[in-house]
Design a protein around this ligand. Structure first.
Ligand code: ATP
Ligand code: MG
Length: 270
């Protein structure tokens, strides 16, 4: 067996295959339980080849106590994305890639390599942390479900709200200020968890999309590819990112199993 591991700040992703050319299987563990990953890998015999990437790669390598190949995270992610693009028949060669993990990292890549353009600390970790502070909820699936039922209208200030009745110089549907409408609420108004969580998703999605579009500006790139576990079962975040990216004149692309791109890259390096 060959196992590629992407040990991130929140989740440890695994991509593995029993025979060259056979389909790849996937598995995810919480980063807080690296010993579970070690146990899972130890169940294979010594023939198992292991490639590891991600911020917690060294930690995991030292816990594993058997040889493994380390790989630079950004290279692994881009190689994994290249593989997934080939699988899905996408033929353009140059792309902007945005990885919305715990934090957000933005890259340019083509056939010859990748270059990190920047990033933002607003990412999936922000979604988790801010949501917890605002609502007390810590369970990811509970959070995203409630968010999907929320309405941002009382919380977020749009450009058209400011330009009441007048023609704004930029699209009225752009958010002028995330959470910028809260000040106008009456003291007796209370915001529901759903509204708060929808607005947190809005804040994260719009920040990620805006940073990506700005980073992409100097590149004549066909599309911006969004990956990372922050999109798992989170259609609302996808919708926000997709809508906002299009509103800013770029084309968003989500790829199946994109959250495993780092693990796939680590696997392919073996
Ligand atoms: P980084 O690359 O920044 O080191 P990472 O690789 O661990 O972090 P991802 O796994 O891509 O990051 O994404 C983590 C985010 O995915 C979380 O912050 C959360 O928003 C979301 N997420 C999806 N599923 C879960 C889950 N089961 N538990 C916790 N968070 C989850
Ligand atoms: Mg990651």
């Amino acid at each position: 067996v060959k196992i590629g591991v992407d040990a991130g700040g929140t989740l440890i992703k695994l991509a593995y295959t029993y025979n060259q050319g056979e389909s790849i299987s996937f598995k995810t563990f919480p980063a807080l339980q690296p010993e579970e990953v070690v146990k899972w890998i130890q169940a294979f015999d010594d023939e198992a080849e292991i490639g590891i990437t991600g911020g917690k790669a060294s930690l995991l390598q030292s816990m594993l106590g058997r040889p493994s190949l380390g790989m630079v995270e950004f290279e692994a992610t881009c190689n994994g994305v290249r593989y997934l693009l080939r699988q899905s028949g996408v033929t353009e060669e140059a792309h902007i890639l945005t990885n919305v993990g715990t934090g957000t990292s933005i890259h340019y890549f083509d056939q010859s390599g990748q270059k990190r353009l920047g990033g933002t600390g607003v990412g999936g970790g922000t979604l988790m942390g801010l949501s917890q502070v605002l609502t007390g909820i810590t369970d990811y699936h509970e959070l995203i479900q409630l968010a999907a039922a929320g309405d941002r209208d009382r919380i977020d200030l749009k450009v058209k709200h400011i330009y009441q009745g007048a023609e704004p110089p930029i699209p009225g549907d752009l958010t002028a200020s995330n959470f910028g409408r809260v000040f106008a609420l009456a003291a007796t108004d209370t915001l529901s968890k759903e509204e708060l969580l929808a607005s947190v998703v809005g804040l994260v999605g719009e920040t990620v999309a805006t940073a990506s579009v700005l980073a992409a500006t100097p590149y004549d790139s066909a599309s911006i590819i969004f990956v990372g576990s922050s999109f798992i079962q989170n259609d609302l975040l996808k919708e926000v990112v997709e809508g906002y990216t299009r509103l800013r004149g770029a084309t968003p692309l989500f790829i199946e199993n994109g959250e495993y791109s780092g693990a796939i890259g680590a696997l392919l390096s073996l």
